[in-house]
Design a protein around this ligand. Sequence first.
Ligand code: PLP
Length: 417
Amino acid sequence: MRRRIAGRNFLFVPGPTNIPDRVQRAMMVAMEDHRSSKFPELSMSVLEDLKKVFKTTTGQVFIFPSSGTGAWEAALTNTLSPGDKVLAARFGQFSHLWIDMAQRLGYQVQVVEVEWGEGVPLERYAEILTADRRHEIKGVLACHNETATGVTSDIAGVRRALDAANHPALLFVDAVSSLASIDFRMDEWRVDLAVTGSQKGLMLPAGLGILGTSQKALSALAGANSKRCYFDLGDMIKANATGYFPYTPALPMLYGLRESLNIIFEEGLEDIFFRHHYLAEGVRAAVTAGWRLQLCAKAPKWYSDTVSAIVVPEGINGAHVIDVAFRRYNLALGAGLAKVAGKVFRIGHLGDLNELMLLGAIAGAEMAMLDVGIKVTPGSGVAAASEYWRSHDPIPRRKVSQEEQFYEAHSTGSIQG
Ligand code: PLP
């Protein structure tokens, strides 16, 4: 099959996401001295502004030159000791990988197995925490948005489960594919450790592992005996206090982050959450009303506003859809991972994107599905998504008078050239 090279690659994996041109340009900088007296202006401003994105005023945010996985490790090793018990639910590849990491680091993980397509089982968590009268569980892990299955969990509900049991365990949340795209409230939900990476809602390349910590998490550092070096928050706190890092920071990434935060605040976090929901609803309309296929997420309460995992019909390999989309139409869709490999393909709908970009992805996915023998009605996905978006205009209607002036100018020929 011929691989098209003209035109843009359509990047619709759920991270890395499309990088706004402004962010790309901001990263094109000459290297400079990260120990200069000027450097702290940049570092302090991004560290402070990230707190707004986590919605914390009482916590502290840290940046590591790593991916999200590094921030997972930083969260665990800075607050736990070997042998400590943690509670976690497994319902997709990323919740699985965090559990696997916790086990490999020597923690005792009580794993609640959940069907893939559902999320954190609040009632089970509440039962387990209530039964743990001696408070042996030191940490509760929750994956806010399971990117492998397109499932969002109720983190406020996890906090309620902890509170109802009067349980003091630290609340660890993976917000890698939710932060800056789906509402996340670190202070309100009293999240102790919130993990993210730069390549999703923050619209940057991969390369920064970002960790939000509560004061309670920070006070656990002294008693946490896990071996740590590169990810030691103690070193980071000391260096960050004066605006520096304990090692060479990823300078262009920090400039990019500065610009991405500017863009985020210009649009406004609440508008960003709304846009993600509105765009996701259009994609879900394409999948269910248009193609008559199913989402991996088992019920609307689990639907993710950043990624949809679409179940392919029996006898079809989802990997085939992805490969045809990529090689024939220059469209990158997300693969099915682990347990759902071959059974789903994913459309990432997070970051810097709008309706028409998504219509391209929907059309391309539809063409690839038809090419591999999935009997969807041609045009049905685009029709359903566009119908949804046209009937749910997110932009307050411009004043009629302005529109009238515009039409008038065009119809009388007063605009020339
Ligand atoms: N957690 C979730 C929910 C993810 O989606 C990912 C990556 O896609 C990770 C963790 C791991 O992050 P990284 O690949 O940046 O290490």
